[in-house]
Ligand binder design. Structure first.
Ligand SMILES: Nc1ncnc2c1ncn2[C@@H]1O[C@H](COP(=O)(O)OP(=O)(O)OP(=O)(O)O)[C@@H](O)[C@H]1O
Ligand SMILES: [Mg+2]
Length: 272
């Protein structure tokens, strides 16, 4: 096993809130690696630090044996780490297809060269192929603003794939996506992984995470509580504690073994 990404002792505070408080874990090359934890445990902040959108107060991030801590988002993207955002970023007044073509333009600018430049016609075809890949090709001519939240998440994944990054960071890709499309999304992520991509995915949908990931890191109050195989994580009492910790009164009388209940509550909240 090769460590592709090594996160060491990352700390990040916003005013008095310690969003990350000495977070360390590693991602192996070729894995689908899950990142779970209750709302506010620091998952998105960690993504932001790892992709250059936030500068950490302490700690380091290594990628392929090279320190990337504090590098710009563009530089980290060019090194091969692409990410999606928890709250999708699409141009609502443009069509789905035009959003994809803008992705291509934007990424060319970031790559500063014709790294993957198949020309206008080629780009259009590639955009359509990727929309088809994520299951929303039939929506290509619609205004992106008319898509459901779940469809926007799929558009954002397709958008990211225009650049063909080696590593994909996905922040709640299944949030708001309907069950049929979630199954399709699972298959697509597996295909991307089989094609050699390493994937780090944040999700509250436990069925999705447990079924998809090779390894899972559990975040709690800004630290990585543990990293292990899905089956081990599922039965670790610390994980249940992390999810139920703040809501003991609410959980009283409920089924204490039901991690699914706890996490679905989290998912509901994250959609509001
Ligand atoms: N830009 C910011 N300014 C102030 N506080 C922030 C900022 N970003 C995050 N936080 C705080 O840091 C903590 C961690 O937030 P973060 O968004 O990383 O959690 P998360 O695990 O992604 O949660 P969720 O599952 O709800 O998406 C929270 O207390 C949050 O309110
Ligand atoms: Mg988040």
């Amino acid at each position: 096993m090769t460590d592709l990404i090594e996160v060491k002792g990352i700390a990040k505070a916003f005013g008095g809130i310690k969003a990350l408080n000495g977070c360390s874990f590693t991602v192996q090359k070729g894995d689908i690696h899950g990142l779970i934890g209750p709302n506010g445990s620091g998952k998105t902040t960690l993504f932001n630090v790892m992709t250059g959108y936030e500068r950490p107060d302490a700690g380091s991030v290594n990628f392929n044996g090279k320190e990337i801590t504090g590098q710009s988002p563009g530089k980290i993207f060019r090194m091969g780490i692409g990410r999606t955002f928890q709250l999708t970023r699409v141009f609502s007044r443009l069509s789905v297809l035009d959003n994809m073509l803008i992705a291509a333009q934007h990424q060319h600018k970031w790559f500063k060269s014709a790294l993957r430049s198949p020309g206008q016609g080629g780009e259009r075809q590639r955009a359509l192929d990727l929309l088809d890949f994520v299951g929303i090709a039939r929506l290509a001519e619609l205004e992106a603003g008319s898509l459901s939240y779940g469809q926007r998440k799929l558009l954002e994944l397709a958008y990211l794939l225009m650049a063909d990054p080696d590593v994909l960071f996905l922040d709640e890709p299944a949030g708001g996506v309907n069950p049929t499309l979630i199954n399709q999304l699972t298959e697509r992520i597996r295909e991307l992984n089989a094609a050699g991509k390493t994937i780090l995915v944040v999700e509250h949908n436990m069925e999705f995470v447990m079924g998809l990931c090779d390894r899972i890191t559990v975040m709690h109050q800004g630290v990585a509580l543990l990293t292990d195989l899905p089956a081990t994580v599922r039965s670790d009492p610390r994980v249940l504690d992390a999810y139920l910790g703040g809501v003991e009164e609410e959980a009283e009388g409920g089924d204490p073994d039901s991690m699914a209940d706890a996490t679905f509550t989290q998912a509901d909240r994250s959609e509001s």
